[in-house]
Structure formats: C-alpha cells, structure tokens
Design a protein around this ligand. Structure first.
Ligand code: SAM
Length: 269
C-alpha cells in the first residue's frame, strides 16, 4: 500500500517511523510519504491560509496549494508508469465534521492501493478542494470522534496505525487481530499475565484451569459484561440471533433479552 500525507507540519508525522509502522516501511510493506504543503505554494511567504469569506474568526486553508499538492500525488500512484490504476486513490480529509472513523472503515481502507491524507489546520480547508478532488480521488471526510483537535495530524497518526496494522505481514501474529475489541462488534475481554498472584489480586481461576472451552466461554461472557457496562450502544446493533443458550443466559443476567435476533434491555434492569 502507498500512503501520502500532506501537512504544514510534516515533522508531526515522525512517529510513523517508529514501532510496527516504521518496521513495515523498512520491510517494504508500506510506502509512506509525507509532504509539506508549503512546498506547493508560489509566494515568498509560502502562504497556505487566508481570511474566511463571510467573516468570522480564524483562517481558512487556501485551495491552490492543495490542488498543486494533490495533483502531484495523483500523478505518482502506486502503479508502475504506463499501467492503469484499478481504483482512484482514497483522499481522507480529517475533520470533526466527517464520517466517524471505525474498525470497519480501517478494514475497508486496508484493501485500498493508495490512501492520501490531507491534514487541515486553522478552520479547515476551502470546501471547493473536496469538490475538485473528487475527479481524481474518492474523497472521504473522516472524524476521529466528537471533539475538536488543532489539526489533522493526530487523527492521521491514529488512522494510519489502525489501517497499517491490518496490512498482511505488519503484525507478527495475525491471530492477535481476530479477537480484538471491535473486530466482532464487542469490546475485548480483560487480559492478564504472570505472576498469577500480584499485590493480593488473583488472576481469574478459569484462566489457569487449562480448560479451553471454559476459557473461551468466560472470555465471551466478559466481553458481554464489559460492553454492556462501557459501550451499551454497541449492543443495540449486535447480532444476537445465533447466540447459544449459555450466552443468552449471560445477557439475561446483564438485563438483556433477545428479541427478533436483537438485544433489548429490560426496562426494570
Ligand atoms: N472549524 C472546524 C470545525 O468546527 O469543524 C474545526 C477545525 S480544527 C481546529 C482544524 C483541523 O483539525 C481540521 O481541519 C481537521 O483536519 C482537524 N480535526 C479537528 N478535530 C478533528 C476530529 N475530531 N477528527 C479529525 N480531524 C480533526
């Protein structure tokens, strides 16, 4: 996969040289390029922002440097020169006004050949850039969550890490991706390591039993308990149609009934 990131603070993306993503780059699994938006300006001051039409506080990112940067990137796709790219690259524009980023979207993006991230600053990027870019890219404004950051770089660090670790070969043991939080619409169960007794706290006995069936059931039920406690919204869309009886009982104890394949919280629970 090829990833291009455009920012006025390219040094903000330095952590992408570290850890698993850094190693994936060294191993040639990920071709990641960071571009300075100011390199695509033409004035002496390398200006990237101007006052907003209609008035109001803050500055807006000028469209032309973005068009120059994105055109240059679109011309150097992941395909060899002379061959047709199968799909348009995806242009991800971090924005608190975007679609909410999720594990499901990370999986979708991990299938792409090229991702381009456009890091906004100030009040954001002139909206016409997104319209213009749709000719060359599949444009996806993307929010990390319902809060406001100073710029898109932190959101890009999170999204590149979430997508990058799904690429084949990046995480040493691909099994570890299977049982993670959000992979099956639930939060992950609690995890423990040695020693089994630590500061008067014991690891749950079932995990020391060697009974793999019981361990798997305990972990599933812990997922239900933790999700009900911390993220009940995830249970609203959880497919409970095929749950075995023991799991329905576990949900029953948490105050949920299964109705038409969906979990319904009992009013008295
Ligand atoms: N005026 C914008 C609004 O209210 O929607 C916020 C601009 S914010 C100060 C500057 C930049 O930070 C945005 O253009 C975007 O790139 C990034 N940003 C801020 N919050 C974000 C979030 N929750 N998710 C993704 N990017 C975000």
């Amino acid at each position: 996969m090829r990833i291009d990131v455009v920012s006025i603070f390219p040094e903000y993306l330095a952590p992408l040289e570290l850890s698993l993503i850094g190693k994936a780059r060294q191993d040639g699994l990920l071709d990641l390029n960071v571009h300075d938006l100011r390199d695509f300006t033409t004035d002496r001051h390398r200006t990237v922002d101007d006052t907003p039409y209609g008035g109001g506080a803050g500055m807006v990112m000028k469209p032309e440097p973005w068009a120059q940067a994105l055109t240059a990137i679109a011309e150097v796709g992941p395909k060899a020169p002379g061959t047709e790219a199968v799909r348009k690259p995806v242009l991800i524009v971090p924005s608190p006004a975007g679609e909410r980023f999720s594990q499901a979207i990370a999986h979708e993006l991990a299938e792409e050949e090229q991702l381009v991230f456009a890091c906004g600053r100030y009040e954001g990027i002139d909206e016409r850039v997104l319209e213009w870019a749709a000719e060359h890219f599949t444009v996806r404004p993307m929010s990390l969550g319902d809060y406001v950051l100073n710029g898109g770089e932190v959101a890009v660090l999170a999204m590149v890490e979430a997508v990058g670790r799904l690429l084949p070969g990046v995480v040493g043991n691909p099994e570890s991706l299977v049982e993670e939080s959000h992979s099956d619409g639930l939060l992950e169960y609690p995890v423990y390591t040695k020693p089994s007794s630590w500061r008067d706290r014991e690891v749950p006995a079932v995990l020391l039993s060697g009974n793999h069936g019981k361990i798997a059931q305990w972990r599933r039920h812990e997922q239900y308990r933790r999700t009900a406690e911390r993220r009940p919204d995830l249970l609203d869309v959880f497919d409970a149609g095929k749950l075995p009886r023991a799991d329905r009982t576990a949900f029953g104890e948490l105050g949920y009934d299964v109705v038409d394949g969906r979990l319904r919280r009992r009013p008295d629970a």
